[in-house]
Ligand binder design. Structure first.
Ligand SMILES: [Zn+2]
Length: 355
């Protein structure tokens, strides 16, 4: 895999047409967006004489301290449904922007940031890793605590031929991971209040909504904020489908990009909050209804039947909309007095860390 510095940051869509249906959908949406947002060619990755773009979108106010909601997807090349789901939300949002005054006003005081296809080469090659065989979600300079040396799944440095390869030791992060991290630092870190969601699929039969850490079972700093958000979601959408928990309740990994970014953000000065979530859509929901899917590599990670695909594409719009609203209305969850936060943190510890 070769890395290419883009010739210019202007996006010439014609250079990339027909490479991936997810990119073609993104180009449609860029056209629909018109001058309502900025398109950024963040980098290019080359594989087998094809050049793939890494494209970021930024909508809303120029004020980078404004509340920011951001969506990321396509880190794992097999989990194409993640990109479909984030693009489906973008499509709805752009259509609302045409006629809904609330949506138009939201963008005057907030920002909406997206990087919908982070690993286009992996997607093209139909594999989880990037073109170098590296699992981008094991690639950040983060060492997990108490992880067995024999756990391949948590990340390893044995060989790029095995899944979950972290990359060579002491090497810089992979290009796609660097581009993602730089984009988040440039477009999200200055915000006083930011929520991000990275969309994945494949683990288990439930849709899980994970917050840090992936690297340790120890609780992270902003537990009271997440617990309050969860309570708001439970009350506002009492029939929602999500299992909300720290990722490490399911498994612990090395090199999680969002653990890394969260900790980088903690080092910044000033009063600001950045909460990175991962939406892990349970693909066994799709597989168990159509078991033959298990014999196709994409079938394990994506809904195949048309009605199931449509159901998945509309399933998460409420969640994204809820989070998008939550960053603009922080008083009830991110602006709580310290005494109240201590009580809430205790409840959160009981719920998620009872061991
Ligand atoms: Zn994934």
């Amino acid at each position: 895999m070769k890395l290419v510095k883009p010739r210019s940051t202007e996006l010439d869509v014609n250079r990339y047409l027909g490479l991936l249906p997810e990119l073609d959908e993104l180009f449609h949406l860029i056209e629909l967006m018109g001058d309502q947002g900025k398109v950024k060619l963040l980098g290019e990755v080359e594989n087998s004489n094809r050049v793939f773009p890494l494209i970021g979108l930024v909508l809303g106010t120029e004020d980078k301290t404004a509340p920011t909601f951001s969506l990321f997807s396509g880190v794992h090349g097999l989990e194409r449904i993640g990109s479909r789901v984030s693009l489906a939300y973008l499509r709805t949002f752009l259509q609302l922007l045409k006629w809904d005054r609330n949506t138009q006003e939201i963008l005057q005081r907030s920002r909406f940031v997206l990087l919908p296809v982070i690993n286009p080469v992996g997607m093209f090659l139909k594999r989880r890793s990037n073109g170098n065989g590296v699992d981008l979600m094991r690639n950040a300079p983060i060492q997990a605590e108490n992880l067995s040396r024999f756990s391949l799944y948590g990340g390893h440095r044995i060989s790029p031929r095995l899944p979950w390869y972290q990359g060579p030791s002491n090497a810089p992060m992979e290009y796609e991971a660097q581009v993602l991290c730089q984009f988040v630092k440039d477009e999200v870190f200055s915000s006083k209040l930011a929520i991000s969601v990275d969309v994945h699929s494949g683990y288990g039969a439930r849709d899980r909504f994970w917050f840090p850490y992936a690297k340790t079972r120890n609780p992270f700093k902003h537990l009271s904020e997440v617990f309050t958000l969860k309570s708001m979601l439970d009350q506002t959408y009492p029939n929602h489908i999500y299992k909300i928990e720290p990722q490490s309740n399911q498994y612990v990994t090395h090199g999680d990009l969002w653990d890394y970014l969260y900790e980088q953000h903690l080092n910044l000065e000033g009063n600001r909050l950045f909460l990175p979530f991962c939406l892990e859509m349970g693909s066994w929901l799709w597989v168990k209804k159509n078991f033959r899917q298990v014999f196709s590599i994409l079938g394990v990670f994506n809904p195949i039947a048309q009605h199931r695909l449509q159901r998945t594409l509309r399933r998460h719009i409420h969640l994204f909309d809820f989070l998008h609203r939550a960053v603009q209305s922080p008083l009830s969850w991110a602006g709580l007095p310290a005494t109240e936060k201590i009580l809430i943190r205790k409840k959160a510890l009981d719920l998620w860390y009872d061991d």
